[in-house]
Write a protein that binds this ligand. Structure first.
Ligand SMILES: [Zn+2]
Length: 200
């Protein structure tokens, strides 16, 4: 995932560049806040399950990302549900649009999410987290869930997640960059929010 760290920083910068003025027009007393959850896997597959930088300004979030190190070891599945659960538990503000961008190249543990022969926990994460519980919480907290698939290994996960929550899939390629696809989604959300304000 290491090669995506810079892209995430660019995405945060792009959100500020492209949308700060729009946000100020729509909601003058608000600003963008960013949080990061970086997850790996349960020991012994990895050294930590997840770490986080709770909501802060874009400079602090970017500094946090700059200090991230990637580590690929162990079996292909990762503690995806632990990461998403931690994201739900962040210090989300009230009365704001809540957007979560999940950047991933590996599925969660459990045979329902992938076809890898190697999975230390084929029945699912050993801590007992399930997509049903985690995504229910996400839905209750009004968090819009976006996935940026960084490999083609996430199809089964996405199909399963869709049975629990609305999944917005953001793809990026030569025509639209990683940072633009995220910044555009943020912009669209702002425009939608403005329309809702006008109607009410
Ligand atoms: Zn777990």
């Amino acid at each position: 995932m290491g090669k995506y760290f810079d892209k995430v920083r660019f995405a945060i910068t792009r959100i500020i560049q492209n949308n700060q003025n729009l946000l100020r027009t729509i909601r003058p007393r608000y600003d963008f806040r960013f949080a990061i959850v970086d997850y790996r896997d349960h020991p012994p597959e990895s050294d930590y399950v997840y770490r986080k930088c709770d909501f802060t300004n874009h400079q602090a979030a970017n500094t946090y990302i700059q200090n991230l190190k990637s580590d690929s070891g162990g079996d292909p599945p990762e503690a995806v549900l632990d990461g998403l659960d931690a994201a739900c538990e962040l210090n989300w503000r009230d009365n704001v649009d809540r957007l979560l961008f999940h950047i991933s190249d590996s599925p969660p543990h459990g045979k329902i999410y992938h076809k890898f022969p190697e999975d230390r926990w084929p029945d699912g994460c050993l801590c007992g987290k399930t997509a049903r519980d985690v995504l229910k919480k996400m839905k209750e907290k009004n968090i819009s869930y976006h996935v940026l698939p960084c490999s083609n290994l996430l199809n089964m996960m996405i199909t399963e997640f869709k049975t629990h929550i609305d999944v917005k899939i953001l793809t990026f390629d030569d025509r639209i960059t990683f940072e633009d696809v995220i910044a555009r989604q943020v912009q669209q959300q702002l425009i939608d929010t403005e329309m809702t304000f006008r109607r009410t």
